[in-house]
Structure formats: structure tokens, C-alpha cells
Design a protein around this ligand. Sequence first.
Ligand code: PBG
Length: 324
Amino acid sequence: MHLPIRPRRNRQSPAIRDLVRETELTPGHLIYPLFLQEGSENTPIASMPGCTRWSIPGLVKEAGEAHALGVPAVVLFPRIPDELKTRGAEACHADDGLVPRAIRALKSAHPTLTVITDVALDPYNSDGHDGLVADDGRILNDETVAVLCQQALCHARAGADIVSPSDMMDGRVAALRAALDAVGFQAVSIMSYTAKYASAYYGPFRGALDSAPKAGDKKTYQMDPANSREALREAALDEAEGADILMVKPAGPYLDIISKLRASTTLPIAAYQVSGEYLMIKAGAAGGWIDETKIMNESLIGIRRAGADMILTYFAKQWSASWR
Ligand code: PBG
């Protein structure tokens, strides 16, 4: 054939493939979500093989190991004992609560580790919703935002670097920014769950924390998986309200959303490879049907290629231990 243009020339050796590679993934792009619980036990999570609900000492050790491998940040998810759960979720802003104690322990053991916290009521709420629930079952927006502000301030007082509202209430980014600034926490960042979809991929996570809603679903606040223009609307609002980082969640099934947000904002974009995405890879590999390491790598590079600057992933430590 007379073919002056042959794209395969750029794929002909590992060296040339290195030179032309467009997307990079390093441990520095990863955020490690970690589960924690009261007491001294570290409990393997049945619904998420390879993940553990850590005691505070176990959490400090695990975070330190990931940080030593180059992972810059962790995000914390607590399992709150049932007796502390209330309809007002008051335990979410107790200064001696599990999360503030964990933040203080992490920051004193690993001063260079960035500590991110989840701001939402579901672990603390006896109704299992991210917001307060009215007697008629409605999720109350403005009342919830007031509690989220108290929760974020509690995390900031304990030393959190970034607060990350995952609740999808309207107006919470502006309210959090104002609440933080009013008391001198200008340096605390907000990573907003901008486009968080009402997804079945969160199932294993809710099993890990016993945080599934007691009644109804999350469709009046989390987004409809059929929508993408709505993600741009949420992004414009979060940006105007002062978010520092915008997040898309889940990641793998929503690569088009990551890509659209990337094109529409100059802010950094985070993507959350959620529990169901993780579990499907683990389960496929456990059955001997797929190559775990290769699929892990491909799933993460795909999320980066779509436009995510950073990825929240349960693979953060495993990937960082094996990437070179
Ligand atoms: C709740 C929250 C959820 C996740 C992170 N924060 C679950 C939900 O919205 O029901 C899911 C994470 C995952 O599935 O890995 N505020």
C-alpha cells in the first residue's frame, strides 16, 4: 500500500509510546477514602473486599502508609453508633466526635497529609438521609444547610484542610464559605460534590456504614442519571458560590460529565470512583474473569483522560504500591 500516513509508527516501541502518551497518572492524583469506627477493632468490610473500617490508630497507620507511597490526601467516612443517631443529626458537630478526633490524630501524626472530610448528615441521621427529614418525608433544604455549616465548622476546628459537601442541598457551598470565613477559616477549601447522581453504584458503601435511607430514596436531591445539562447548571452555581474544586460522582459511568465540566470551568475537577465501581472490579477479579491490576489501571487512566485532575478511589494505596 502507498500510505505516507501510518499512525502505527507512533506505537511501535515502548519508548515511542512513552513519548506520545497524553495522560499521566501518579499517586499525587489520588485521594484515599477511608472508613472509621469507634473502638480499637479494625473490621474488614464484607461489601467492599480489601477495605476496612478502621479504629483511629488503624486509620493513622493506613493513612501514613498511603502517604508514604505518595498519596497526598485522605477523605474520612465515619460509622456512627446507632445510639448517637438522631433526627436532627446533632452528633455531626460534636467536637469530641469520631471525625474530629480522627482529624486531630491524623494531622498530628502526618502533618503533610491533606485531610478531607465528608459534609453530609447520613451517618448521623436516624432517617439515613443526607438532609433533615420532615414529618411528611420531605428533605428540608435550608434547615439542613444550617446543620451542615455547624458540621463543617466542627471539622475546621479539628484541623481539616478541605471540607467536602456530598449532600446536594441547594446553596450549601455559599453558606459553608460564609460560615468558614466568618470565623477565620479562609484557608479551609471546599471540594463540592457538584454532580452527584442518584446512583445504585453507592450500594456497597451504604453497607459499609449502615447508612442506607430508612424510607424513600435520594432522588429529590441527587441527580437523575439521565441528565447532563443539569450538571453544568450545578457547576456554574458551585463555582459562583465559591467552590475550590468541583466533583463528579460516580466516575466511570459518567465520563461524559467529567469531560463537559472540564470544558466549562477553569476550576480543578475531581471524580469519585465509587464503591460499586470498585466492587465490580474486585468481584470480577476474584472470580478469575478479569485481570485486576490491568482493569484497575485502565479504569483510573480513563477517568484522568476524561478530564479529572484528581480521583477519589479505594484503589489509591494499592495502585500507588504497584504503579512503577
Ligand atoms: C453520602 C455519601 C455516599 C457516598 C459518599 N458520601 C453515599 C450516598 O450518597 O448514598 C458514596 C461513596 C461510594 O459509594 O463509594 N453522603
